[in-house]
Structures are given as structure tokens and as C-alpha cells.
Design a protein around this ligand. Structure first.
Ligand SMILES: CCCCCC/C=C/CC(=O)SCCNC(=O)CCNC(=O)[C@H](O)C(C)(C)COP(=O)(O)OP(=O)(O)OC[C@H]1O[C@@H](n2cnc3c(N)ncnc32)[C@H](O)[C@@H]1OP(=O)(O)O
Length: 731
């Protein structure tokens, strides 16, 4: 709804729809009603539009999208038109955020004033749509085509100061000022001034002459940064109309573009992702505790054990979250290098204005290097980040048990190993958990938190809360080898090597993944992270080629199919980008170049094993890479390791750079249709057999298809659990 009052001849219309003042249908109705009232009231000379509570409207109500209520009038565009056509000056008074449809109504106003700490932007592209209330036509008229293309096609949030420098914001109100009072004074002063040029639809786009070159520049950039995504391209095409067509014609092009995008599976996937991101923080351990009941411990000081790549990144995350951070590294050289890196990174953040001078000195002061375990005696939580070896980790946990105060939580940054086994060497298993960061930890958005069998509600709440304080997408999962992400991802990696054995080459596989929307293919990623990482993990598990007793078949480990190609690559010193050679070679740049030596290695392998290489289609390649991962995702759900399909999807989007416009592996399977996915898995299972158990159709997937076809993704867990809880369910 909206509130209406008249103060000193100024009508103030305040949107009142907590928490974010989204422009839901009832809000739109109420806004238009009050606008008409202000327009017809002779005592009113000007109109202020603002938001009550936390913020100016942050846009359309996303929950209404793809529902009939979104089409019910008045539309946001009706309100924008009414504001612009008003004979009385209209002023948008922005505090908090003016985003999407919120900024579009502000663009309909004749003037915009904003608090200095407020943010403005048109982030619709992140939802797979475009600004559909005139934003694509008005924004370029005020900030120019180049800036508008940048703002709309990437969907960033911008400070009021930047907005003011581009002419979008007419006045910035300093911190502590009262936006409403400033707006009323501003409105009074605007009375009697000509409104002609203040109506943005009347003016022309300043840099319209450069339209073709700007289009080419931005198209090139978006196709690199948002590979496979439709919305950025449609946004650019529609913005282009603002330079070439009349305002009305431009609006028509915006309307057509919006229809196209709203009808696409990509917008559904991205809207799903928006809510999924927020849903994961509402964690629950069924029958035990949940985010509403459990109380997190206060964490002031954190310890990080190990200052390798992971430890450094984790320490930066802790410092950024305002924690006193003790970093333990016993090797003096490694400690010096680690601390230098962290301090250097703090300085980079300061130079980039991501933090101010005061924050930078606070972070530097909060960083405390220590070289023995006793140095960790005062911390509230420790995260060990050493090499992935159960033996080493257990030794560390035993030492931590001795020195840390009894209330301290002991966490491991393991990416695969059993948390309960680590907990078993301590006297406080209820205080042990996993906090799996993704490299580089200070850049990647994901934190996969692992609850052990005995982790207490307080421990779980604390690690979830810490993830939130680090501003990470934090997902709670159960304990098993590889947890959710790496357990599923292992099959993606394994299949990619099987494809090489059977007839593909690295670039061919990577090209399919790039077309799907990944920023990098599986082999490019392997080179970037280093082929030695996977090798060491396989060695720890006794799997590598060199560890096998004589007579072990090269392509088998136990009764399972195994491809030793990754081991051979490592043994040839092809450690990836850092060695300038891995799956590809690198000649003076990071551009991967197919290498005849790798091709020969694969060809020789095939010959040795009498494999007749065959052509593998892009469709088969994609299915072989993604469907086993989906199948395992259903196993993970069935076992309760992940609580919801969107937990899995967020892990893959934020930890494995899964293309957002497909929603994630589970949402993608839903888009394809579960029956179709199951059919391919069943066919493959018949071909592959027991040596490739990742093709064994998941019980949950099979049951859902048999009984419900392709049920709504929101219903998967409910339907399956209901059935599973019945006697004689056999599930
Ligand atoms: C047929 C359609 C024609 C339409 C024509 C006009 C087209 C207009 C297009 C749009 O306007 S699309 C929307 C554009 N705006 C956005 O994308 C902004 C979305 N919101 C955010 O990015 C963030 O919420 C924020 C504003 C940056 C604030 O972040 P913060 O972390 O502080 O809070 P959250 O946890 O994200 O949100 C709290 C709560 O509010 C819900 N919510 C936020 N925005 C919307 C919204 N636009 N519509 C509906 N609900 C919204 C969010 O889901 C949270 O809910 P919860 O239940 O507490 O999880």
C-alpha cells in the first residue's frame, strides 16, 4: 500500500510495503489513486514520492512474475507515465535502494534527490529480464547510451554520488539528513519552473551518434562475461532503439523484448536463483533444529591453521568480517609469505576503495601471526586449512583440543574428508564442523558448511552466521565423502576423461561446456587450478597409476572404471597454467592452445587399449557430463545430505561457476524434464553397467518420474518424503 499526506502544499506519497517496498499490485493501485488525488487537489503545488521504512521501492514484486497478477493494471509504466505527465513537479526522494521498477518510477519524476549512501540501478538482467517500465528508453536519455548500456546489461548497483555525476540525481543529501524534509523543500523550490526538459521522454540521447560502435563494444563484452545468457543481448538491442527510434517506438521495442525474455526458460531459472539464494540461509536440520531456533555463539576471534592458498584467503574473509584473526604457520618462510600476501591484499582493497583507511588499519591490526598452537588459546573458532590428509588433520585436531578453550568451535576446511572422523579425536565432537571454502576463498562466494553427526545446534548456527557475516552464499550440508559439491562434481570430471578415452579431445569437450554457458570448460578449469591438486587427492586415496600393484588393469580400480589419463598428464610435468602446459599449452598468455603432445598421449592410450575412437556428438557430451551429476544430486537429496534441490543449485552456481541462466544442475534437469533425464541415464546404465555406478538411476529420480512425471521442483522433497515415510514404501 502507500500512505498519503499533504505537508506545506506538498503531497507526500510514501510506498509502504515492507520489507523492500516492492511494487506489488495493491501498491501500484494505491500509488495511482494518490497521484490522481494530488493532481486534482488545488491546494497541492508539488508531489514527493518516497518509501516508508528501510528503502525506496526496490522494483517490481518478483513473486508476481509469471503469475497473472503481474498483468493486472495499473502497471508500473502507468505510474511512470502519470508522474512524468503531471503538471505539478514530481520529486523522487530516494533512501536505501532505488532499483528496477523503483528507479523507473524515479525516472518518471521530474527530479530525483537521494541520500548519499543510497544505491540506484536497473538489475533486471540478473533476473533474466529487462527494465520493462520505460527504463531502457529513459536512462540513456539522461546518463547517455554508453553508461546506460553498462548499467542495464550488467545490472550493477551504483552510488548516489555516481548517479549525481552522470546527471541522474539532482541533489545528494548528506548522511544524517532527513530525505523527506529535503524533498519537501526541494519540491517547494521547483514550483513554477518549466517541466519540459525535465520530462525525460522529451529529450534525446546525448551520444546517439555512437550507437553502432557502442553496440559492438558492449555486445562483445557481454558475450564474454555472460556467455549464453539471452537477457544482456536483448537489453542492448532494446537500448539501441532509444538512439534510433522515437520514444514511443522505443517503448514498443522494450515491450517486445520483455515478452521474449519473460517467456524464456532463462528468466524462470534466474528468478528461481534469486529466491534460492535467499532460501539457503533458512537452513534446517529436520527434527533437530533450524535457523529460527538455534542461537549462534558470539565469535570475536578466529584462528586459521595453515597459510597456504586456502588459509590466506580464509584469513582475509575473517578480517573482512571484522574478526581478530590469529594465523598459525610454523614454517617461518611460509608465514612471512602468507602474512605479506594478506597485508598486500588489504592494501589492494584500500586502493580500490573497497575499504577505507580506517577499515584497512583495523584489518591490519586484527591480523595476528603466531607460530605455535598456544597462540590459539583465546580464539572462539578455529578453521584448519592444511593439506587434504586425514592423518595430518587428526593430528591438528588433537593439538587444538589441548590448547583451545572448551567453548571454541573446531572447524576443518576439508573439501572431501569425513568430519566425524576428525571429531572423534576430540573430546568436543559437538563443537566440530566443516567449513568448506572454495579457492580463492576471498573471492569465491560459496561456503559449504558441513554438520557432523554430533555438531550441536549452536555450532551449526555459529558457522552459518559466520558465513553470513562474510557475505557468502552459505549452504548447510551433511557429512559424506566430498559433501555435496565435490561428491557430485567427481562424476563430471570422471566422465570428461572417459570421453577422451572414447574419441573426444579436450577442446571438443570444453567447447560444448562453453556453449552451454560455462565461462570455462572442464579442462581449462583443470589447468587453472593445477592438475597436481587432483593428483594429490587421488594419491591420498591410493588411486594413482603409480600406486597400483603390478598387474592392476590400467583402466580399473577395484571393480570400477578408472581413467588414468589425468595421472599420465601430471606425471609428464603438465601441472596446468602455472607450468605453461597442462591439458593445453600456453604461449605467453592464458589462452589455452590445443597441444599435439596431449593429443598423442590420448591417441597412444587408445591404441594401447584397442579403443576405436568414435565421433561423440555435442549432445552426448553434454548429457554425459551433466546427467551423472544430476543423478548423484538426487542421491544426495535422498540421503538428506542436501536438504533441498536449490541448496545443490546454489552450491554449483557459487562454487563451480555454473551458468546462472540455467538455474543449476537440478533446475536444469527440471527444465529438460525429469522423464527425459531418467531415460538417458537408464540407457547409459544399460551400456555402462556396474563398473560405472554413477549411471545407476537414483531411486528418488526414478520414483518421482514413475509417480509424478516432471513435478514442480518445489514439490520434489515433499512428495518423496511423504511416500518414504509410509510403511512398506521400499524407498
Ligand atoms: C509482467 C511484468 C512487467 C513488469 C514491468 C516492470 C518491470 C520491472 C522489473 C523489476 O523491477 S524486477 C526487480 C528489480 N529489482 C531487483 O532485482 C532488486 C531485488 N532485491 C535485491 O536485490 C535485494 O533484496 C536488495 C534490495 C539489494 C536488498 O538486499 P538485502 O540483502 O538487504 O535483503 P534481501 O534478503 O535480499 O531481501 C529481503 C526480503 O525481501 C524480498 N525481496 C527483495 N526484493 C524483492 C522484490 N523486488 N520483490 C519481491 N520480494 C523482494 C527478498 O526475497 C527477501 O525476502 P525473504 O522472504 O525475507 O527471504
Amino acid at each position: 500500500m502507500a500512505k498519503y499526506s499533504v505537508e506545506n502544499e506538498v503531497a507526500v506519497i510514501a510506498v509502504d510495503n515492507p520489507p523492500m517496498n516492492a511494487l506489488s499490485h495493491h501498491v501500484r493501485k494505491s500509488l495511482l489513486k494518490y497521484l490522481k488525488e494530488a493532481e486534482s487537489d488545488e491546494k497541492v503545488t508539488s508531489i514527493v514520492l518516497c518509501g516508508d521504512g528501510r528503502t525506496f521501492p526496490v522494483g517490481a514484486d518478483i513473486k508476481e512474475f509469471h503469475k497473472s497478477v503481474s498483468k493486472l493494471g495499473p502497471t508500473i509504466l502507468d505510474i511512470v507515465d502519470a508522474l512524468e505527465k503531471s503538471k505539478k513537479p514530481t520529486i523522487a526522494a530516494i533512501h536505501g535502494n532505488a532499483l528496477g521498477g523503483g528507479l523507473e518510477i524515479a525516472l518518471g519524476c521530474h527530479y530525483r534527490i537521494a541520500m548519499t549512501n543510497s544505491k540506484v540501478g536497473l538489475p533486471e538482467v540478473k533476473l533474466g529480464i529487462l527494465p520493462g517500465a520505460g527504463g531502457t528508453q529513459r536512462l540513456p536519455r539522461v546518463i547517455g547510451l554508453d553508461n546506460a548500456m553498462q548499467w542495464i546489461a550488467y545490472g550493477g548497483h551504483h552510488s548516489a554520488g555516481i548517479g549525481a555525476s552522470l546527471g541522474l540525481i539532482d541533489r545528494v543529501v548528506p548522511q544524517g539528513g532527513n530525505i523527506r524534509e529535503h524533498a519537501i523543500l526541494f519540491a517547494k523550490a521547483a514550483v513554477g519552473k518549466s517541466l519540459g526538459q525535465r520530462r525525460l521522454s522529451n529529450i534525446s540521447v546525448p551520444d546517439a551518434a555512437k550507437v553502432e560502435s557502442l553496440m559492438a563494444k558492449h555486445l562483445k563484452e557481454v558475450s564474454k562475461k555472460s556467455r549464453g545468457a539471452l537477457a544482456p543481448i536483448v537489453c542492448l538491442q532494446v537500448i539501441k532503439s532509444s538512439a534510433l527510434l522515437s520514444y514511443q517506438e522505443g517503448l514498443e521495442s522494450e515491450r517486445q523484448g520483455m515478452f521474449t525474455l519473460l517467456a524464456s526458460s532463462q528468466s524462470r531459472a534466474q528468478i528461481y536463483s534469486f529466491f534460492a539464494e535467499r532460501q539457503v540461509s533458512k537452513w534446517s536440520v529436520p527434527g533437530v533444529t533450524n535457523y529460527q531456533n538455534a542461537v549462534p555463539m558470539k565469535v570475536k576471534a578466529v584462528g586459521v591453521v595453515g597459510l597456504g592458498t586456502m588459509g590466506r584467503g580464509i584469513a582475509i574473509c575473517c578480517l573482512r568480517a571484522g574478526k581478530i584473526t590469529y594465523v598459525l604457520e610454523m614454517n617461518t618462510k611460509a608465514q612471512t609469505a602468507g602474512v605479506k600476501y594478506i597485508r598486500g591484499y588489504i592494501e589492494t582493497m584500500r586502493k580500490r576503495k573497497q575499504i577505507n583507511d580506517q577499515q584497512s588499519s583495523m584489518m591490519n591490526n586484527a591480523l595476528i601471526p603466531v607460530d605455535n598452537y598456544n597462540g590459539l588459546k583465546n580464539v572462539d573458532l578455529v578453521i584448519e586449512a592444511v593439506f587434504e590428509s586425514m592423518k595430518i588433520k587428526k593430528e591438528i585436531f588433537k593439538k587444538l583440543e589441548k590448547v583451545c578453550k572448551p567453548s571454541a568451535i573446531l572447524a576443518s576446511n576439508t573439501s572431501t574428508l569425513n568430519i566425524d572422523e576428525m571429531a572423534s579425536v576430540t573430546k568436543r565432537p559437538q563443537k566440530v564442523a566443516g567449513m568448506h571454502f572454495f579457492a580463492p576463498a576471498h573471492i569465491m562466494m560459496l561456503l559449504e558448511n558441513i554438520r557432523g553427526e554430533k555438531s550441536s545446534p549452536e555450532t551449526i548456527a555459529t558457522i552459518m552466521d559466520l558465513g553470513k557475516q562474510m557475505r557468502k552464499t552459505t549452504v548447510l550440508v551433511g557429512n559424506c565423502h566430498g559433501f555435496v559439491g565435490n561428491r557430485m562434481f567427481a562424476y563430471y570430471t570422471a566422465e570428461s576423461s572417459f570421453l577422451l578415452e572414447e574419441g573426444a579431445y579436450p577442446k571438443q569437450v570444453d567447447d560444448v561446456l562453453l556453449d552451454y554457458g560455462f565461462a570455462m570448460g572442464r579442462f581449462q578449469v583443470g589447468d587453472l587450478s593445477g592438475t597436481d591438486i587432483g593428483y594429490k587427492i587421488r594419491r591420498e586415496r591410493g588411486l594413482t597409476h603409480k600406486q597400483q600393484p603390478a598387474g592392476t588393469p590400467e583402466r580399473k580400480r577395484g571393480d570400477r572404471r578408472y581413467s588414468p589419463l589425468d595421472d599420465f598428464l601430471y606425471e609428464k610435468g603438465r601441472y596446468g597454467l602455472k607450468a605453461r602446459k597442462g591439458w593445453y599449452k600456453y604461449e605467453g598468455s592464458r589462452t589455452p592452445i590445443p597441444d599435439p603432445e596431449v593429443r598423442k598421449m590420448i591417441d597412444d592410450f587408445r591404441k594401447r587399449h584397442n579403443i576405436n575412437p568414435r565421433h561423440i556428438s555435442p549432445e552426448e557430451t553434454l548429457q554425459r557430463m551433466i546427467f551423472p551429476l544430476v543423478n548423484e544430486g538426487f542421491n544426495v537429496l535422498d540421503e538428506g545430505i542436501a536438504a533441498n534441490p536449490w541448496d545443490i543449485d546454489m552450491i554449483f552456481q557459487h562454487g563451480y561457476a555454473w551458468p546462472r541462466h540455467t538455474g543449476g544442475p537440478m533446475y536444469y534437469a527440471y527444465t529438460i524434464g525429469l522423464p527425459q533425464v531418467l531415460k538417458v541415464i537408464e540407457e547409459r546404465w544399460k551400456l555402462a553397467g556396474a563398473s560405472e555406478p554413477h549411471w545407476k538411476p537414483s531411486k528418488m529420480l526414478t520414483w518421482l518420474v514413475e509417480h509424478h512425471g516432471n513435478p514442480d521442483i518445489n514439490d520434489w522433497i515433499k512428495l518423496y518424503k511423504e511416500r518414504k515415510s509410509q510403511p512398506n514404501s521400499n524407498l
